[in-house]
Design a protein around this ligand. Structure first.
Ligand SMILES: [Fe+2]
Ligand SMILES: [Fe+2]
Length: 273
C-alpha cells in the first residue's frame, strides 16, 4: 500500500471537463478519457511504485531522464506557433490573417510559464534540473546511458506530430498534453512529496525548493490555463481556416497519447523492479 491520494487522475480530469461549455470537443474528451480508465490506473500504480521507498541513484536516473522526455515540450509548442504565424503572414484576407495570428498567440501562451515569464526568468527546465539534483545529487541522469527508448519515442512522436502533421492534429496533441499533465502532476506531487520527505530526508524549505517543478504545475493550476489556451487556439484556427477540427482526429490523438505515454512510463517503471 502506498500513500493515499484523495483524487484520482480521472477525478482531476473530470474537474477540467466540467469547466467546458457543452460542445463536441467536451463530449469527445469526456468519452475518450473515460475509455482509458485502465491506463490511468496503471500510471497511478507506477507513481506509487516509484515513490514507495528510496531507490539507488542509478535507478532514479532512469526515471529522471525518461520523465523529462515525456513532459518538457517547449520546442514543439514553439513549432506550432511558427506554423500558424506562417499561415497568418501568407493570408491575404485580413480577418482570417488575424485569426491565424491569434491562434498562434493562444498556442504560445502554453509556454509562458515554461519559459519563466513572470517567474524571474526561471524556466521549468531549470526547475526540473533542481528537482532531479535533489534526488540524486548529480546531473548524471542526463547521460544517454539512462535513456528509455519508449520515452524517447514518445517525445519524437510529440515533436514530429506537432511539426509535421496537420494543424488540427498538432493542436490536439498540445491540448491533450496540457489536460493529461494537469492530472498527472497533481498525482505525482502527492507521491513525491511523500517519498522525498519519508525516504530522501528532504523537508521544510528544502522540500519546497526541491519539489517546485511539480508544484508550479499543480498549485497554480498552470496546466488548466494552458489547456484553455489551446481550446481558444483551436477556435481561432477554425475561424481562420473555415474547417472544424474533427472529433475523430481528436479522439485518435487522445488515444495515441495516453497509450504511448503509458508505455513509456511502464518502461521506466521496469527499472524499479
Ligand atoms: Fe511546465
Ligand atoms: Fe503546460
Amino acid at each position: 500500500m502506498g500513500v493515499l491520494i484523495k483524487k484520482s487522475m480521472l477525478d482531476k480530469m473530470g474537474e477540467v471537463i466540467a469547466m467546458l461549455p457543452s460542445s463536441d470537443i467536451k463530449e469527445t474528451i469526456d468519452k475518450t478519457i473515460k475509455s482509458k480508465a485502465d491506463k490511468f490506473a496503471i500510471i497511478e500504480a507506477l507513481f506509487q511504485k516509484i515513490c514507495a521507498k528510496k531507490y539507488s541513484d542509478e535507478t532514479m536516473s532512469f526515471f529522471l531522464n525518461g520523465w523529462k522526455m515525456t513532459h518538457l515540450k517547449m520546442l514543439p509548442i514553439y513549432g506550432v506557433s511558427c506554423r500558424l504565424n506562417i499561415l497568418g503572414m501568407e493570408c491575404s484576407d485580413e480577418k482570417k490573417k488575424l485569426s491565424y495570428l491569434e491562434s498562434s498567440a493562444f498556442n504560445a501562451q502554453t509556454s509562458h510559464e515554461d519559459l519563466g515569464i513572470g517567474f524571474d526568468a526561471i524556466s521549468h527546465g531549470r526547475l526540473y534540473d533542481e528537482f532531479a539534483f535533489s534526488l540524486t545529487k548529480s546531473d548524471e541522469w542526463k547521460l544517454s546511458k539512462y535513456d528509455i527508448q519508449k520515452a524517447n519515442n514518445f517525445s519524437q512522436w510529440v515533436y514530429r506530430g506537432m511539426l509535421l502533421k496537420s494543424i488540427p492534429y498538432a493542436l490536439c496533441i498540445n491540448m491533450i498534453s496540457e489536460f493529461y499533465n494537469h492530472a498527472e502532476y497533481a498525482y505525482a506531487y502527492e507521491t513525491f512529496k511523500y517519498s522525498m520527505s519519508s525516504f530522501y530526508g528532504i523537508e521544510g524549505k528544502a522540500l519546497e525548493d526541491a519539489i517546485r517543478y511539480i508544484d508550479v504545475h499543480n498549485e497554480y493550476e498552470t496546466e488548466i490555463h494552458h489547456f484553455m489556451a489551446v481550446i481558444h487556439a483551436i477556435e481561432k484556427y477554425e475561424e481562420a481556416s473555415g474547417e472544424k477540427v474533427d472529433t475523430s482526429t481528436m479522439a485518435e490523438v487522445i488515444v495515441t497519447y495516453v497509450d504511448s505515454i503509458t508505455e513509456a512510463l511502464e518502461a521506466i517503471a521496469q527499472k524499479f523492479d
